[in-house]
Design a protein around this ligand. Structure first.
Ligand SMILES: Cc1ncc(COP(=O)(O)O)c(C=O)c1O
Length: 379
């Protein structure tokens, strides 16, 4: 006889404590947002159902979507010439979709190679270029030193006829970030996945900006794509429907990631209430300064990124020049103290603390206290 399938018996969240979460992605989200979502989860307003269980063309969902778009416009100061899209397929889909739309026949686009995600973007542009007698041009790379810095603009070998310059504003794995946005003569295309909305942006330099939501602005499942109308007009015709940006700027073409957009709307509202991008930038700078200050205060810890290229989102560091046993103990003991997800990515090793927008100052403080105590007992 078939047995009934038991419901998941995981205790209610209220029985557990939220810990200090330094996950690189999906990353921590604001507690206020989580609590609001919890309250609204089974029944949204007077709908008699959740937001996940209604048509994406209903007035209730349309309002959520429009509010999310409006928050983005306000936060970044986007004019009517910008389209705001919530697509699926992750930032990884954008690696292909960007050149598919914008790499011209027989032409080129410049790429800055500053980490694993940039490399993946370059690879996709090469694939697209094969059938177009076109290729991405790597204008600068820090690969020879395991991507531990951002190459200086004076060293970039820019091509005069590039359709765009693609760069990764923050390198999640290697803990590096562009201190300044590139200042070039062609439109910028940016993978901003891991520092999106962590500081103001000069949007007038850009043709397209994309970011997976799951680090700074919401749960996994949606990719924000901002594309400017004049840049969009440069795209190729005859593309597969779903991969043509115009399909999505013209109307809500198919079912969007409704739950992700619903949460993004709340995170963006939270951000606006904090004071928007200048306010979050200040908080992010303070958190990063506190953590790098603790690393630099002693020889026990060493940052892996060159100082002028340090990320304010992903802080990568090692213990005693890469003592793997000590690093493993650090991760283990930190977990015991309620400090989660501090293991570095394998290509860098060591430790990584991701301190995205929603990572509270208290979490950084708790980590610094732990680091000092760990050095005292293991130094
Ligand atoms: C900078 C950057 N770009 C792209 C990606 C890939 O994003 P997705 O998993 O949404 O495809 C990541 C994921 O960590 C990332 O950090």
């Amino acid at each position: 006889m078939m047995q009934p399938v038991a419901y998941d018996s995981t205790p209610a969240a209220a029985d557990h404590k939220r810990l200090h979460n330094f996950s690189a992605g999906p990353g921590t989200l604001p507690l206020e947002v989580m609590l609001e979502v919890r309250d609204q989860l089974p029944v949204y307003g007077d709908l008699g159902s959740s937001i996940m269980e209604i048509s994406h063309r209903s007035p209730a969902y349309t309002e959520v979507n429009e509010r999310a778009v409006a928050h983005l416009r306000t936060l970044l100061g986007l004019g009517d010439d910008w389209h705001v899209l919530f697509l699926q397929g992750g930032a990884s889909m954008q690696f292909h979709q960007v050149p598919l739309n914008f790499l011209p026949e027989g032409g080129s686009a410049d790429y800055l190679n500053t980490g694993s995600w940039s490399k993946k973007a370059i690879k996709e542009a090469q694939i697209v270029g094969q059938s177009r007698n076109a290729a991405p041009h790597v204008a600068a790379s820090s690969e020879a030193s395991n991507f531990n810095y951002i190459p200086e603009p004076a060293t970039w070998d820019l091509s005069p006829d590039a359709a765009y310059l693609h760069y990764t504003s923050n390198n999640t794995i290697f803990g590096t970030e562009f201190a300044e946005e590139p200042d070039v003569d062609v439109p910028l295309v940016c993978d901003a996945s891991s520092d999106f909305l962590s500081r103001p942006m000069s949007v007038e330099r850009y043709g397209l900006i994309y970011a997976g939501a799951q680090k700074n602005i919401g749960p996994a499942g949606a990719t924000v794509v901002l594309v400017k109308e004049d840049f969009l007009q440069q795209r190729r015709d005859g593309l597969p429907t779903m991969l043509d940006y115009r399909t999505h700027t013209a109307k809500l073409f198919n079912t969007p990631p409704v739950f992700a957009v619903y949460m993004i709307e709340k995170v963006l509202r939270w951000l606006q209430n904090l004071g928007g991008l200048p306010a979050i930038q200040k908080q992010n700078e303070e958190k990063a300064a506190r953590l790098y200050g603790a690393i630099d205060a002693t020889d026990f810890y060493q940052g892996t990124a060159r100082e002028d290229s340090r990320s304010k989102m992903n802080v990568t560091f090692r213990i005693k020049g890469g003592d793997e046993d000590l690093e493993a103990r650090f991760i283990q003991e930190a977990k015991g103290e309620g400090l989660l997800a501090l293991k570095g990515y394998r290509s860098v090793g060591g430790l990584r603390a991701s301190i995205y927008n929603a990572c509270a100052q208290e979490s950084v403080e708790a980590l610094v206290q732990f680091m000092q105590e760990f050095e005292r007992t293991n130094g």
